[in-house]
Design a protein around this ligand. Structure first.
Ligand SMILES: NC(=O)c1ccc[n+]([C@@H]2O[C@H](COP(=O)([O-])OP(=O)(O)OC[C@H]3O[C@@H](n4cnc5c(N)ncnc54)[C@H](OP(=O)(O)O)[C@@H]3O)[C@@H](O)[C@H]2O)c1
Length: 314
């Protein structure tokens, strides 16, 4: 890959896109472009064409997507399907028209069938029905991945796809209504510490298991594959290990140095009992995750204390 080549990171302002930009810059790639959605609505085909015509990027990372939690997915399934189809169709087709040399598409582990055997292997994709609560999002992501594959077959393009597990770390959203599990628990324990609470109420039983990856590791894997892989396979990107919600909150309490009783409420849903990916294929391609969960949680707590809280308090 040419170090001076122009790289368009669609979704550059998001958690994953910004981590990928940091990684490329760290490796000496400076010619990076991308706009916020208010400047370029990537659902608009004409606007995207105009941008490609003007900028003529040589490489594209497609990390722009409408992303949301379970409630948002249930309330606006049509938006999750339409917006994501539109964004990815426009970027992928314009990449072909304007001769982009390589494109990387970010899919998601939630597109595997709901009842997939665990750990989930790449070959299980489309073996069964997806989770109904995020069906619109999942169908769009499957279409994006297939579009990359079929463009390669028909047009000889070099488009690759990755399937990340749950991501946490820098750029996480800590808002009480929109946060992912790690950010939500970090805030919960922090609030308990500040108020001196002796117990912390928890949703569900705490036995559900999740695979969690530090966002900089995902960026590292994307950079690695961008530079080393061409072909029609896609890769699970995860740590290959999982943790129960109870173990996770105990680790967070260690990191924050505050320990309280955990009051689990089994009347609340646990979600899927386990979501773990098989990462053998990625390991065989030469990449494994480097950041331990404890180390990643420490960095995320630091980010929360020094970047997120001060902004909230302004
Ligand atoms: N985070 C995870 O746990 C995770 C896990 C698996 C896969 N992924 C995948 O990684 C990708 C990025 O996710 P993320 O967590 O970084 O999400 P995010 O923080 O919500 O960022 C989404 C990005 O998409 C942009 N975007 C949304 N709608 C747009 C539109 N209509 N026009 C132009 N840009 C638009 C946003 O731009 P503005 O901010 O300017 O609006 C933002 O930069 C997604 O494809 C997601 O499926 C994420």
């Amino acid at each position: 890959m040419d170090k001076n080549g122009k790289i368009f990171i669609a979704g550059r302002g998001g958690q994953v896109g910004s981590a990928i930009e940091r990684k490329f810059r760290k490796e000496g790639y400076e010619n990076i472009i991308g706009l916020r959605s208010r400047e370029l609505d990537m659902r608009e085909q004409a606007a995207v064409r105009e941008y490609f015509e003007q900028e003529k990027p040589e490489y594209v990372v497609l990390a722009a997507a409408k992303v949301g939690g379970i409630m948002a997915n249930i309330q606006s399934p049509a938006e999750f399907l339409y917006d994501n189809l539109a964004i990815q169709n426009n970027i992928i087709e314009c990449s072909r028209v304007y001769g982009v040399k390589k494109l990387l598409f970010l899919a998601s582990s939630c597109i595997y069938p709901r009842l997939s055997p665990q750990p989930m292997k790449e070959e299980y994709l489309m073996d069964g029905k997806v989770e109904p609560t995020n069906e619109g999002y999942a169908i769009a992501k499957i279409a994006g991945l297939k579009l990359c594959e079929m463009y390669n077959r028909q047009y000889g393009t070099d488009y690759i796809s990755v399937m990340p597990c749950n991501i946490y770390g820098y750029g996480d959203n800590f808002s009480p209504t929109r946060s992912h599990v790690v950010a939500a628990l970090i805030r919960k324990v922090h609030d308990a510490k500040i108020s001196g609470a002796k117990s912390i109420p928890m949703w569900g039983t705490g036995v559900a298991r999740r695979e969690l990856m530090f966002v900089d590791d995902l960026a590292d894997a994307c950079f690695y594959l961008f530079n080393t892989y061409s072909g029609n396979e896609f890769f699970n990107v995860g740590t290959g290990t999982d943790v129960s919600i109870k173990e996770l909150v105990e680790l967070i309490m260690d990191v924050e140095d505050y320990h309280a009783e955990l009051e689990f409420d089994p009347s609340k849903p646990d979600g899927m009992p386990q979501k773990l990916m098989d990462v053998t294929k990625l390991a065989e391609a030469g990449w494994t995750a480097k950041t331990s969960l404890k180390e990643g949680l420490k960095k995320t707590y630091d980010y929360f204390l020094h970047e997120v809280l001060p902004k909230e308090q302004k």
